[in-house]
Design a protein around this ligand. Structure first.
Ligand code: CA
Length: 249
């Protein structure tokens, strides 16, 4: 259970960090993998297998720390480390395609427990909801309408294809704010990964981190999270009061 004091100090953290007044939430900018879907273990495994096939041995756990990056950025980072050079466009295409294939062949992933409730809280307050994902993986994006019907209008989805600089750059969240016609101070980011939190915090939005995976909590706090929840269910339970406190501040 998250107490009132903890929620108040999260708002103060936001004001101190940004120099802005208390958040005036009108839009929620919501990550997909590890936030709406319990998909990260499968992604990490698919990356691990694909790279092993390409002759590069990287433990699956490492990919939890790259989470949020676009596929191209992750491949370039690994190629630079292994071979001291960027990947060619052909390599990026081929390797990311293979990773996508491996992911799609795995058992279906489940919606994250608590995520539907979280989306409903934002809806009840009349807030815009925008999907902000570094993924270009159509397997999951196409399931959104089934698992979260009506949650994200087609013109409220930012994917890897819509931005030049993916997370940890703030660009995806800034693009989402433009889509929704809101300012950073009117935005709440919901993220599970350190790089996503870095991007959210840099965009000037109030940034919620939900630790749904094996990442140490400090990694999310150090990335700039204004508040940290240990599950999406806990987040959904605390949200109404958090939004109320923002409203009355
Ligand atoms: Ca994520």
């Amino acid at each position: 259970m998250t107490g009132t004091e903890q929620l108040k100090s999260a708002i103060e953290h936001y004001c101190r960090r940004t120099g802005a007044a208390a958040p005036d939430p009108r839009a929620a900018l919501i990550d997909m993998d590890g936030t709406l879907y319990d998909s990260m273990p499968h992604h990490a495994e698919a990356w691990h297998i694909m790279m092993a096939e390409a002759g590069i041995d990287i433990p699956a756990e490492e990919f939890f720390l790259h989470e949020g990056r676009t596929g191209a950025d992750t491949i370039n980072l690994i190629m630079r480390r292994a071979f001291n050079r960027d990947a060619t466009p052909e390599e990026i295409e081929r390797l990311y395609h293979r990773k996508t294939q491996l992911f799609a062949a795995m058992p279906p992933v489940s919606p994250m427990p608590g995520a539907a409730e979280m989306l409903r809280v934002f809806e009840k307050r009349g807030m815009e909801r925008v999907l902000v994902t570094g993924s270009a993986q159509s397997t999951l994006i196409s399931r959104l309408d089934t698992d979260y019907p009506g949650a994200f209008a087609v013109n409220r989805r930012i994917t890897a294809r819509d931005v030049k600089h993916g997370k940890p750059a703030p660009e995806p969240f800034l693009a989402a704010m433009r889509f929704a016609g809101v300012t950073p101070q009117q935005s709440i980011v919901v993220e599970n990964a350190p790089l996503g939190v870095t991007a959210g915090a840099a965009s000037g939005a109030f940034t919620i981190a939900v630790n749904t995976g094996p990442v140490p909590p400090e990694a999310l706090l150090d990335a700039g999270a204004d508040i940290l929840f240990t599950s999406m269910t806990e987040c959904a339970e605390a949200l109404p009061q958090l939004l109320e406190l923002c409203h009355n501040n």
